[in-house]
Design a protein around this ligand. Structure first.
Ligand code: MG
Ligand code: MG
Length: 255
């Protein structure tokens, strides 16, 4: 069931979303060659703590997961697409890092992700990241009252495919509200004019995930969480929590 949020609830979600934006900004600033993923997790924890927010990631255990998630960010490096567990790995020159973060404030959730490079960037990585951001922007632009979920999916997928990138099947965006994952699913590829019609008060996390090699394959790492590209190529991820409103799409996790 898709819950429509009141304007007051959207304001509350915006407050939670701002905390997520702050955490991602702080993590990105702290990320440098030699810094560990656990240290980045600590940076995000501190932002959440200072804001009085809790983490919807910490302890999260969906049906596919063998263990509760142990951190407040997902940190996915190079061929890791999403759901990477922060560990002692220290960032190296030229790494491509995807950070996903959530926050719950006053009972409302926000969810957002960014990809960036550390040290000397490979041009191919910059193009991949730029395309992920462009796919996200296209998806957000399609998140207007009267459109359908398929219009968002089509907008996202078209940008990714036109650039020659792969899209991991079975993972994508979602409704969000008091819980991080709500109905409806928001796929990263789809047919325009199909699916649920968008209405004022829907809150959606839109999140393109791109595979540089152009194939769609991924596998689950032995930790049971991390998704890696089958072809070994690099991946990027971009996500915002967005409210569908009569005044147009509104980003709730701005940075
Ligand atoms: Mg996320
Ligand atoms: Mg999400």
């Amino acid at each position: 069931m898709v819950e429509l949020k009141t304007d007051t609830s959207i304001e509350a979600m915006h407050a939670a979303g701002r905390v997520v934006g702050q955490a991602l900004t702080a993590v990105r600033k702290a990320a440098a060659v030699g810094v560990s993923l656990l240290e980045l997790d600590e940076v995000a924890r501190e932002v959440l703590r200072a804001a009085g927010a809790s983490s919807p990631f910490l302890g999260y255990r969906p049906s596919f997961a063998p263990t509760p998630f142990p951190a407040v960010i997902c940190a996915s490096v190079n061929d890791a697409i999403v759901h990477g567990i922060p560990d002692r790995y220290r960032l190296r020159d030229g790494d491509l890092v995807s950070i996903d973060c959530g926050a719950v404030l006053d009972g409302w959730a926000g969810d957002s992700a960014i990809s960036f490079t550390v040290g000397r960037a490979r041009p191919a990585d910059l193009r991949l990241i730029e395309t992920a951001e462009r796919a996200l922007a296209a998806g957000i632009e399609a998140a207007v009252v009267g459109n359908r979920i398929g219009d968002i999916a089509h907008a996202v997928g078209t940008v990714c495919r036109a650039a020659g990138y792969g899209i991991p099947d079975g993972f994508g965006g979602h409704g969000i509200g008091r819980r991080m994952h709500e109905d409806p699913p928001v796929p990263n590829e789809g047919r325009p004019g199909r699916g649920l019609r968008l209405r004022h008060g829907m809150a959606l996390a839109i999140e393109p995930m791109l595979i540089a090699g152009g194939t769609d394959g991924y596998y689950e790492a032995p930790d049971g969480w991390t998704l890696r590209t089958t072809d070994g190529s690099r991946a990027a991820h971009a996500e915002h929590t967005v409210a569908v409103t009569e005044a147009g799409p509104r980003i709730l996790t701005e940075r």
